[in-house]
Design a protein around this ligand. Structure first.
Ligand code: PRP
Length: 224
């Protein structure tokens, strides 16, 4: 039995579609509207654990799940002891520094020393400002980070930007990109090495599915 930790939210649908393509069928869950958090697959050979994004690596690191799919942003923030296996090529987004459009700041170096920066990603934010040698105070928030600059609590935020709608609809603009992110397949290192439950085979099938999808997209756009 392979257990896979998946995040509720944006990455879930794509993850379930990809798992179906390698014979792990959880698609009934997508139509069911159930609130169950532990989902068996159609064959009974695997199960999903539905967890918060930031908790996916925790379940994998502790071995309750042998596989997990999670954003690179979470891996960068938490630095868990897990094997990083595959870039899934979906869930593309970026970690950005953003400020109020009406503010005078157009680059990180414009920010006043010791100003407040709100973020769900305090470690990423800290590493970034340290690399710039800019002293700031990082204030941890758990969501709706955009309210920091809007309410005047912070000068800036470090947060995920995907479509950019949340920023633009709240009068904020990006002034720098820390890094780009996408969904990643991770594994419990020992389970992967021992190939518990045929794990290496499943991972290889996922790799080849992703490769053929990329080749399909390149073919469609006429790339080489
Ligand atoms: C994330 C992120 C932004 C938003 C960006 O929040 O923190 O707020 O998505 O997406 P966009 O660029 O497509 O608008 P999430 O939806 O996870 O909600 P939260 O702020 O409550 O954590």
């Amino acid at each position: 039995m392979i257990t896979i930790a998946l995040p509720k939210g944006e990455l879930l649908k794509n993850s379930i579609h990809l798992l179906k393509s390698v014979g792990l069928d959880f698609s009934a869950f997508l139509e069911s509207g159930t609130r169950q958090l532990q989902i068996p697959d159609a064959s009974g050979n695997a199960r999903l654990l539905l967890v918060r994004n930031h908790d996916v690596p925790v379940y994998v690191e502790y071995g309750q799940a042998q596989l997990g799919i999670v954003g690179y942003d979470v891996l960068r923030e938490k630095k868990p002891q897990v094997a990083h296996l595959v870039d899934m090529q979906f869930g593309h987004c970026r970690m950005s520094l953003a400020v109020k459009e009406s503010s005078p700041y157009r680059s990180p170096l414009d920010l006043p020393p010791n100003c407040i920066v709100a973020s769900k990603y305090v470690n990423c934010a800290r590493d970034y400002f340290q690399s710039l040698d800019l002293p700031v105070e990082i204030v941890p928030l758990s969501g709706s980070v955009e309210l920091g600059p809007i309410t005047g609590m912070s000068e800036a935020i470090v947060d995920i930007v995907s479509t950019g709608r949340t920023l633009s609809e709240n009068g904020l603009v990006e002034i720098d990109t820390l890094y780009k992110s996408s969904a990643r397949l991770i594994a419990h290192p020992l389970s992967y090495r021992l190939s518990t439950g045929g794990l290496q085979n499943v991972v290889e099938m996922m790799r080849s599915q992703i490769r053929s999808r990329i080749e399909g997209i390149k073919g469609f756009h006429g790339g080489s």
